[in-house]
Design a protein around this ligand. Sequence first.
Ligand SMILES: Nc1ncnc2c1ncn2[C@@H]1O[C@H](COP(=O)(O)OP(=O)(O)OP(=O)(O)O)[C@@H](O)[C@H]1O
Length: 331
Amino acid sequence: MALLDIKNLTLEIDTEAGWIKALDKANLMVKENEIQALVGESGSGKSLIVRAISGGLPQQMRITADRLTWRGKNLLAMNGEERREIMRRDIAVVFQDPIGTLDPTVSLGEQLEESVPYEFVGSGWFWQKRAVRRKIAIQLLHKVGIKDHVATMRAYPHQITTDIGQKFMIAMALVSQPALLIADDPTRGMEATTKTQILKLFKRLNQTKGLSILFVGHDLLAISSMADSMTVLYCGQTVESGPIQKLQKRPLHPYTKALMESAPSFRVDLAPKSPLVTLPGTIPTLQHLPIGCRLGPRCERAQKTCVQAPEIRKIHDHQYSCHFPLHSKAK
Ligand SMILES: Nc1ncnc2c1ncn2[C@@H]1O[C@H](COP(=O)(O)OP(=O)(O)OP(=O)(O)O)[C@@H](O)[C@H]1O
């Protein structure tokens, strides 16, 4: 059974121009023990999917879905408390801008110790419980590659670097031993060495602890080095998903191909100094969304039919939504 299963998720935002579909029937599945990447250009709706999973959307957003389940249970039918319990124990999210989500007035050590679930602390006198919390916190910091736990635990959020901040937030996320870690663009803006450390950490957690990871981002090189499968989002619509090697070797959606080609080293067959092939135009704003397949105006394979949104088609574990996929006879 899939851990997380999202089918036809639509998220509308109330804007001055009325309700706008920022996500239009998006699909995503994360299986047990896998690293699933969610990729797409900036503004394609990746963070909105993360917010829809986390719950607690602001009033100007509303969602509908044919399926939004966690281990088969309907998240949309749950009350606030049930939903929070899943987010407390089963699903952990590392958001963008890690340090901004911490309390600036409390030391990192205290914040981490406080977030250890009471179930893990056991019974005893308060100083015994505090010692258990501290031990768990130190172990977590070492696990994420923070060696100097003393300095880190004493520090306040404004005193640490972005890299330590990101590792610290991963430690905070792991404290409840979740089954799924959602990392929203966790390596954005990081220098190469730290990025590699974080990616290796994710891979290790996946391989040794069986942690499932939803890795959200646009760094295709990083993603190809660690993810098992990939879901590609364009302007709020899921265009393709499947095992990463299949998408890499033989993408079926023109957008996936363009995305791959925009990351030159991702393509094994690209000759040195080849010109970069990218799509013409830019991702449309929410106020000017094309009808049907939203890639239409930028797609050289588009035809009249593309004003109707394509249904999902499947070839084994490879799914795509395109009327005129690559490698097909049409066009
Ligand atoms: N609170 C909001 N009000 C209005 N529009 C919003 C809001 N949040 C997101 N959007 C719009 O929804 C679209 C998708 O945003 P989202 O942040 O999910 O993109 P993204 O793929 O995560 O981008 P990035 O990679 O830059 O983080 C964008 O056009 C964004 O401007």
